[in-house]
Design a protein around this ligand. Structure first.
Ligand code: SAM
Length: 278
């Protein structure tokens, strides 16, 4: 009988966040697939768990995924963990889950912390609707395309970023999205946890010379509702034109022409309505 793939969320900083169910799942596994076996060994040692570890990371995930699926199909139970947080969220694991699902292998989760939801909840920005954008590409073209696609995004946006790339990312975000409210959530669940609620312009200035330490999640306010110009009725335009004619001593025809240019209404309609009023 085929085994199961269990994806287990691990702490994003504070070991106290490893749930009792996560410990049980790790203890029950036949083997553990880990993004970095040294990081996971540290976690297992802390909890006194001994299990065979197999690496599963970005650069070996293709071939390794096949091997893991074959072992699970042969009856072994595999737990998948990443370095921190929920596997498959901006982590290798996404492909393994898809591979298992495609092969009909049972996949279950022991949910744990994830930096994106933690940062969003702490941001003070609207959480009702949001988009998770992960990491911005370092490739100039795809980075620009990604940012441009978000210019009119109304939902709150969540990004991951490494500290050394933060200054450039804040600059690019400001450049494309304009100044907005942003929450920079850093070192979540750790000793130096901090949420800086500010604006993109202030954040870009603050980190312009580097100085960003630790891990960051950026939570950015969505685009404001587009200001729709109130449609002006012909009667209102006629009243405006009459007032303008009087104020500036214009002929009715000239006043109608100017108001037509401003409102987009037809000059003849405004002129006609002016005659009816006057
Ligand atoms: N799978 C993880 C999760 O569920 O959050 C995310 C892994 S991704 C490779 C690493 C990124 O997550 C970091 O660059 C940072 O943006 C964010 N992150 C992870 N831990 C964090 C923490 N303690 N505080 C702030 N951001 C964190």
């Amino acid at each position: 009988m085929s085994g199961t793939l269990t994806i287990v969320g691990t702490p994003i900083g504070n070991l106290g966040d490893l749930s009792p169910r996560a410990v049980e799942a790790l203890e029950a596994a036949d083997f553990i697939a880990a993004e970095d076996t040294r990081v996971t060994l540290g976690l297992l040692n802390h909890f006194g768990i001994k299990k065979p570890l197999v690496s599963y990371y970005e650069h070996n995930k293709r071939g390794r995924g096949e091997q893991l699926c074959a072992r699970i199909e042969a009856g072994e139970n595999c737990v998948l963990v990443s370095d921190a947080g929920m596997p498959a969220i901006s982590d290798p694991g996404e492909d393994l889950v898809a591979q298992c699902a495609a092969r009909g292998i049972r996949v279950v989760a022991v949910p744990g912390p994830t930096a994106m939801a933690t940062a969003l909840a702490l941001s003070g920005l609207p959480t009702g609707r949001f988009t998770f954008e992960g990491f911005l590409s370092m490739n100039k073209k795809s980075r620009r395309e990604h940012l441009l696609s978000l210019r009119d995004e109304r939902r709150t946006m969540v990004f991951y970023e490494a500290p050394h790339k933060l200054p450039a990312t804040l600059r690019d975000l400001l450049d494309v999205l304009g100044d907005r409210r942003v929450a920079l959530a850093r070192e979540l669940t750790k000793v130096h946890e901090e949420v800086i609620r500010t604006t993109l312009a202030e954040a870009a200035a603050r980190y312009a010379d580097g100085g960003a330490r630790g891990e960051f999640v950026l939570v950015i306010e969505g685009a404001p509702e587009a200001e729709t110009e109130e449609a002006v009725t012909v009667e209102e335009a006629a009243a405006l034109a009459l007032a303008l004619a009087e104020e500036e001593n214009l002929s009715p025809s000239e006043a109608a022409k100017r108001v037509a240019a401003e409102t987009g209404l037809k000059k003849s309609e405004i002129y006609h309505a002016m005659n009816q009023k006057g």
